[in-house]
Design a protein around this ligand. Structure first.
Ligand SMILES: O=C(O)CCC(=O)C(=O)O
Ligand SMILES: [Fe+2]
Length: 221
């Protein structure tokens, strides 16, 4: 966790770019616990291979587990998701009060890319904030599994336009994304033997509950 004086510059960066990297967000001890939890949850996760019609037919090749299933199996994850200190920090980064998402499916999900070509294609999210925690990630930029996003652009074409950015993350890292207003995707894994596993915690503001698209039910039900 950054020291408090760092939060103001992170807030400014987040407000400008809709993205802020949070390297080393989880300590090695917490990462080990989360990794163990994720491995157990993955046994119940579901393989998905389809194109998401409501997101310009972008591909989904990944294994996922929805929040409702995670809540049944993992008090650790639900406890972390509801942590008040965490929400206080997110509120200071957003500059608005941040609250949990009511929808049990979308509030915290597990996404695993584990086959060559696996990708989480272009989209925007239903809720304003995505806090993504990395459990596993390909070691090299050339291996794929990068977050790709375009600051300030919601249209999915923007991911192929000048100004799109790519970010590499390591296990234990996190990032915060203004995910409803920032087109984003995860680039395909480049070769066999690679894995990328994340928890995505979605948060919202008090005036915004309820999904705006069918994308979460297609990917996590
Ligand atoms: O895995 C990532 O970095 C992005 C996840 C994401 O965009 C999502 O779950 O909506
Ligand atoms: Fe997303």
């Amino acid at each position: 966790m950054p020291v408090p004086s760092r939060w103001e510059s992170l807030r400014r960066q987040f407000s400008a770019d809709g993205y802020v990297a949070l390297p080393g967000l989880t300590s090695p001890a917490v990462l080990a616990k989360l990794g163990e939890e994720a491995r157990q949850l993955e046994a119940d996760a579901v393989r998905r291979d389809f194109r998401m019609e409501c997101m310009a037919d972008s591909p989904r090749h990944m294994t996922t587990l929805g929040g409702h299933r995670i809540a049944d199996a993992s008090p650790l994850i639900t406890g972390l998701y509801e942590d008040r200190e965490l929400m206080r920090l997110l509120s200071s980064l957003l500059g608005e009060t941040v609250v949990p998402v009511h929808d049990p499916v979308e509030r915290h999900v597990l996404n695993v890319l584990h086959r060559p070509g696996d990708t989480h294609g272009a989209h925007t999210d239903d809720y304003p904030l995505a806090l993504v925690l990395f459990l596993e990630a390909p070691p090299h930029i050339a291996d794929g599994g990068l977050l790709e996003y375009h600051p300030g652009r919601e249209d999915l074409n923007a991911l192929d336009a000048p100004g799109a950015r790519r970010a590499h993350h390591r296990p234990g890292d996190g990032y915060l994304l203004r995910s409803d207003r920032t087109a984003h995707r995860v680039t395909p894994l480049g070769r066999p033997g690679l894995r990328r596993a994340v928890f995505n915690f979605a948060y919202t503001t008090p005036d915004r509950q309820g999904a705006t698209t069918s994308s979460a039910s297609l990917l996590y039900d």
